[in-house]
Ligand binder design. Structure first.
Ligand SMILES: NC(=O)c1ccc[n+]([C@@H]2O[C@H](COP(=O)([O-])OP(=O)(O)OC[C@H]3O[C@@H](n4cnc5c(N)ncnc54)[C@H](O)[C@@H]3O)[C@@H](O)[C@H]2O)c1
Ligand SMILES: O=C(O)[C@H](O)COP(=O)(O)O
Length: 629
């Protein structure tokens, strides 16, 4: 079968700008009537692109409004590579490989197009565009009137004159591109909507393409990615920072967001057809949810904790789970320090009294941090950082951890929790949210603490018996507490909150905001989005919390087969037998297993019978099979 000739429009297709509007921004930057002129130019562009004004008239009227000169055009030309549309940037490889069957056809200007054409490997004689005419002073006086592209219906005329063989595929956003189809000069016309969507153009198109990946997928051309990225749906819950949306959309994925968390039934409904779910600490991804997720490839916890996700069930379904283990740790530590000082000085109650008109200046019970003993339970990423900062403020630090952890600075490891409780003036909990940690601190532990101790929990709600804490506070054994996390937390800001700790003296309650700083949320968004992109685009499972971790480079000029299977004997041998009997040439292979799951990544030469993919999908033990190219 002859592969098609691809003809691409330039403005709002290969690039995300309209040339004349961008030139207007440059040329009119100091003009007093800039706004009015720009509006007129934008209106003319729109009228031409929707077929309301003929293209030639619109072009000349816009040029007349601009008083362009060579330096304006050069300024745009210099930055045109940065303006390439996202899916074009992702698919440079396609252009390079098919350059001899690719044309750029544009009512725009050859010199503006040239740098991008060169970057895509498209020869100068495959760039069909208007030529600007300059006078001796470098002022633009118009375009070459003899060029059909400076007129209505110029594009079909130019294509026909090329006498192309084989199917012709036209890709563009505007009416002049639709004219190609209407004049019978293209076999198929894709209305390109990545930059702008024009209903009148879509109406006459054979198909709509929200990205170049869509066109390549529909045309059966091996693009940069096997499946159009915009068809991969991502659902981000719980008010995840917009930086994540930006990054994932820039990479071509379709992202939907919701502010709050969802309960199990609503989540099951919401993730139908969703490939990637983004959550924070309040969405429970249960085995039942995973069971019914029909497309789910990955879950990203845009936070540290993953106790809200059934990690084992996710692995059984081949769903990779990622988190951001470090991005908000500093925020939690700063809050813990601040809360400790506020508790030591009883600032919260004194402030509340002042709001009621009471002046209560007194030093009784107020203490400095300096020289006090801080007992940190859980000496991981947060606990150990808190240790360093607290020492910097003059505290003595002791800690207890189930695992062997390096004591930082002068911190002293305590062999038992009880030993720590007996010595600490302040107890701060920083254990992880594993199920076994339920009620790690209850009545018995409060009884072992020093009278007058201060208590902080910024880890997980279920690790403390809150009723026992309330009793210990009421009895005065505990002098104050700061609690940021609760066994039951409202799913959204609109839901009510209730706790036995409400109304107690020297108790600071905060709505799970330990990691809620702008810095942390942005850093989490970037980190977790990168993990997702690494997994979707390369199969990379670095930092994955439930599948074997494999760090992978981008697949280049090969197809990558990603096979997740139950860790049972013989799967790798079977897989390689299938590959070898199909005559596939293996370019590279990685295997990593944990006690439950195996993950094999095989890069193969591109030419093979696609039937082999079915065999791999059906291999005994297969949990999930995916291919990237
Ligand atoms: N309040 C917030 O907004 C917020 C923000 C970030 C993290 N967190 C929570 O803070 C906690 C700590 O986070 P991290 O990043 O430091 O986790 P981490 O996994 O790095 O460290 C947890 C440490 O606790 C230890 N541990 C677990 N159970 C223990 C137990 N029963 N006794 C003693 N040690 C135990 C582990 O061995 C580990 O060293 C987690 O629960 C996390 O979900 C809360
Ligand atoms: O696990 C975490 O990182 C914290 O508990 C923060 O959770 P959040 O993103 O829901 O605030």
């Amino acid at each position: 079968m002859t592969s098609p000739v691809f003809i691409f429009d330039f403005d709002s297709t290969l690039v995300r700008i309209e040339t004349l509007e961008a030139l207007a921004d440059i040329a009119l930057s100091d003009a007093p009537d800039a706004a009015a002129k720009k509006a007129e130019i934008a209106a003319l562009t729109d009228q031409a692109m929707t077929g309301q004004v003929d293209f030639g008239t619109a072009l000349r009227r816009r040029l007349d409004l601009l008083a362009l000169n060579r330096s304006h055009v050069e300024a745009l030309t210099d930055r045109i590579l940065d303006e390439a549309s996202a899916s074009i940037r992702r698919n440079v490889d396609f252009f390079e490989r098919h350059a001899e069957r690719v044309y750029i056809l544009s009512g725009g200007f050859r010199e503006v197009i040239a740098p991008l054409a060169a970057r895509l490997g498209i020869a100068a004689d495959h760039v069909l565009a208007n030529d600007l005419i300059y006078d001796a002073e470098g002022r633009v006086t118009g375009v070459d009137d003899a060029n059909p592209l400076s007129r209505e219906n110029g594009k079909p005329e130019v294509i026909k004159a090329l006498n192309l063989t084989g199917p012709v595929v036209m890709v563009g956003d505007g009416w002049t591109d639709a004219e190609v189809k209407l004049a019978g000069a293209a076999s198929r016309f894709y209305a390109f909507t990545e930059v702008v969507s024009r209903p009148k153009v879509i109406e006459v198109a054979d198909a709509t393409a929200a990205s170049l990946d869509e066109v390549l997928f529909a045309e059966g051309v091996a693009g940069r990615w096997s499946y159009p990225r915009n068809r991969i749906r991502m659902l981000l819950l719980e008010n995840i920072h917009p930086a994540a949306v930006e990054r994932l959309e820039e990479a071509g994925y379709s992202v939907e967001t919701m502010k709050g968390a969802l309960d199990e039934d609503d989540l099951i409904e919401a993730i139908k057809g969703v490939h990637v779910l983004g959550i924070r600490s309040k969405t429970n991804v249960s085995a039942r949810v995973l069971e019914q997720a029909d497309r789910l490839l990955a879950v990203a916890a845009f936070c540290i904790g993953t106790n809200q996700i059934d990690l084992e069930a996710a692995a059984e379904h081949g769903v990779a789970v990622f988190n951001a283990p470090y991005s908000n740790t500093r925020s939690v530590v700063e809050l813990a320090i601040g809360l400790t000082i506020v508790l030591m000085r009883d600032v919260a109650d004194k402030s509340a009294a002042m709001h009621q008109g009471q002046w209560n200046k007194s030093a009784t019970g107020s203490r400095e941090l300096r020289g006090k003993t801080l007992g940190i339970v859980g000496y991981g990423a947060i606990g150990s950082q808190l240790s360093v900062l607290a020492e910097g403020l003059g505290m003595r630090v002791i800690f207890h951890d189930l695992s062997e952890r390096l004591a930082l600075g002068n911190a002293r490891r305590m062999r038992s929790l009880d030993a720590l409780l007996a010595e600490a003036d302040v107890v701060s909990l920083h254990v992880d949210g594993r199920k076994d940690n339920a009620d790690v601190i209850g009545a018995a532990q409060f009884a072992k603490m020093k009278p007058g101790v201060l208590f902080l929990n910024l880890s997980r709600g279920h690790v403390v018996d809150v009723d026992a804490l309330a009793e210990a506070l009421k009895s005065g054994r505990i002098a104050g507490a700061a609690v940021d996390v609760f066994p039951e937390e409202p799913r959204t800001n609109a839901d009510p909150f209730a706790s036995p700790l409400q109304g107690l003296k020297n108790v600071i309650l905060s709505p799970h905001i330990g990691g809620s700083t702008e810095e942390a949320q942005e850093a989490i968004a970037e980190f977790a989005a990168e993990r997702l992109l690494g997994y979707l685009n390369r199969g990379d499972t670095t930092f994955c919390v439930n599948l074997p971790n494999v760090q992978l480079a981008e697949v280049s000029r090969a197809h990558r087969l990603l096979h997740i299977h139950r860790n049972q004997p013989g799967v790798l041998a079977e897989l390689n037998r299938a590959l070898s009997s199909a005559g596939l040439n293996i370019l590279g292979q990685h295997l990593k297993t944990d006690e439950r799951t195996g993950y094999v990544i095989t890069d193969v030469d591109r030419d093979y019978d696609p039937e082999v993919l079915k065999v791999l999908r059906d291999l005994p033990g297969t949990v999930r099979f995916r291919m990237l190219h």
